[in-house]
Design a protein around this ligand. Structure first.
Ligand code: NAD
Length: 295
């Protein structure tokens, strides 16, 4: 069992830290938000008032923060205080450039590091069923695997430093595009007089089958657990989908990659967020697709 510092105890980090405690690890947690700290304390995390207190004497540090700027600022603080050899793991979804900088910072201070973003949302974080996509040295990955297994079900080594982040960005570009594709198909089906259930019954066992249809169906009815049945409460907020699509577009630009559907999905989610719907589940974009083009 490890002694772990967990920085960033929000919607994802809070339940992830709680699962580490359940698995028998000693977890010290820090967050800027008093509410997050209170919740984490109720779940057995030993909460502290500073990053310095959190990391004193631990074997490894996990960060779960909103974006690349937060990760780099916390990691700069971390490398200045942890002994060399302390393992640093970032589970946030961040841009490729920041992920590479974080690895470089760790390397310069003699700390092994892994980027390990997750898929599975807040439900997966609570249930301990997240998928981890991990980038970094294979030996470091092998040593850290039991820690990931306390928080997730599928743990995949994607390659060298920042390969986990690359996998996350590409996966979520597929997700954003596929949700729009499924939404468009349901809207067209409605206009053709086809029932939601009939389209679902066919597409879910045919070549249109995908996660956006069978797990997160954007119309109420066919998949009772999908956010469409609960007034599109997230789930996975449209604002987070927009954030991830922007990461894909930054990576596409950096690498000279043409991603017309990724760019289109980013533009549609931008419009959806501009209309004030960023807090809704990302499947709610079907309502905007029904309305047609912006005025
Ligand atoms: P969140 O906003 O709920 O949590 C982030 C936490 O970080 C907050 O509690 C905030 O107070 C804290 N924080 C910010 N700066 C800090 C600092 N300098 N020191 C200490 N704490 C600090 O966000 P979340 O939903 O938990 O998401 C975290 C990451 O996981 C993001 O990168 C997100 O894209 C990714 N992610 C989220 C989901 C999801 O469904 N929410 C799914 C997969 C991945």
């Amino acid at each position: 069992m490890n002694s772990i510092a967990f920085i960033g105890l929000g919607h994802m980090g809070g339940p992830m830290a709680a699962n580490l405690v359940k698995a028998g690890h000693a977890v010290r947690g820090f967050d800027l938000s008093a509410v997050s700290l209170d919740l984490a304390r109720e779940n057995g995390v030993a909460t502290v008032a500073s990053i310095g207190e959190a990391v004193s004497g631990v074997d490894l540090v996990i960060t779960m923060l909103p974006a690349g700027t937060h990760v780099l600022s916390v990691w700069q603080e971390l490398v200045a205080i942890v002994p060399s050899g302390t393992l640093l793991i970032d589970c946030s979804t961040i841009d490729m450039a920041s992920a590479r900088k974080a690895h470089a910072l760790a390397e310069a201070h003699g700390c092994p590091a892994l980027d390990a973003p997750v898929s599975g949302g807040t439900g997966g974080a609570s249930a301990g069923t997240l998928t981890f996509m991990v980038g970094g040295d294979a030996g470091v990955f092998a040593g850290a695997k039991p820690v990931f297994e306390a928080m997730g079900r599928k743990i995949i080594h994607c390659g060298a430093a920042s390969a986990g982040q690359a996998a996350k960005i590409c996966n979520n570009m597929i997700l954003g595009i596929s949700m729009i594709a499924v939404g468009e198909a349901f809207v067209l089906g409605e206009r053709l007089g086809l029932s939601h259930q009939a389209l679902f019954d066919v597409a879910s066992v045919s070549s249109g089958q995908c996660w956006s249809l069978t797990t997160y169906c954007p119309v109420p009815g066919p998949v009772p657990t999908s956010p469409a049945n609960h007034d599109y409460e997230p789930g996975f907020a449209a604002a987070l989908m927009l954030k991830d699509l922007k990461l894909s577009q930054a990576a596409a630009e950096d690498t000279g990659t043409v991603t017309p559907l990724g760019a289109g999905a980013a533009a549609l989610y931008q419009r959806f967020a501009d209309e004030g719907a960023g807090a809704k589940d990302f499947s709610a974009i079907i309502a905007m697709l029904r309305e047609g083009p912006a005025a």
